[in-house]
Write a protein that binds this ligand. Structure first.
Ligand code: ZN
Length: 185
């Protein structure tokens, strides 16, 4: 397994629509393994394929031991009152913002063996699933912020982005302790 470089805000791959995975092959399973390795090295709780420069529609999450690799995931049901909570993103390091989302979602997709899987989740897992599935459609958490909050998030990013030439963030395992490790998706 390998830790892959993470693409940061500004890389066009983060704004592209992904392509559905036609079959869950060994190559896809290798990508899933590398994405878990990368997510753990970066101390994140979720990671979507575009964040490692790939266009396959898949993501991985590990929220308090609830571990899923989801191929072609889609939200089939969103319910409950909207809830607001702070989010961050491995592709926009050191930038955080409050995002309002449905409190409970049901997601369907395929697992690493190509078998159908359905997950219903609320709380942090439900939020993480929505954040990762957004990535698969070129959407980022900053898109939800109000005009003023988005402007200040982007100003903060402006100060950070020079650390990531070519929009690439190299992860050194254990080298960086996030300020908000539970919120990096
Ligand atoms: Zn993210």
């Amino acid at each position: 397994m390998s830790v892959l470089p993470i693409r940061v805000l500004g890389d066009p791959v983060l704004r592209q629509e992904t392509l559905p995975v036609a079959a869950v092959t060994d190559d896809i399973r290798r990508l899933i393994d590398d994405m878990f390795e990368t997510m753990y090295a970066a101390q994140g709780i979720g990671l979507a394929a575009p964040q490692v420069g790939r266009t396959e529609r898949l993501c991985v999450v590990d929220v308090d031991g609830a571990v899923y690799a989801l191929v072609n995931p889609e939200v089939v049901l969103a319910e409950g009152p909207k809830e607001k909570a702070e989010e961050g993103c491995l592709s926009i390091p050191d930038v955080y913002g409050d995002v309002e989302r449905p409190s409970r979602v049901t997601v369907r997709g395929l697992d690493r063996n190509g078998q159908p899987v359905e997950v219903t989740a609320d709380g942090l897992l439900g939020r993480c699933l929505q954040h990762e599935i957004d990535h698969l459609h070129g959407k980022l958490f900053i898109d939800y912020l109000s005009f003023l909050k988005r402007r200040s998030a982007l100003a903060k990013w402006d100060e950070e982005k020079d650390q990531y030439p070519e929009f690439i963030r190299h992860i050194k395992p254990g080298a960086r302790a996030s300020e908000h490790p539970e919120e990096e998706l």
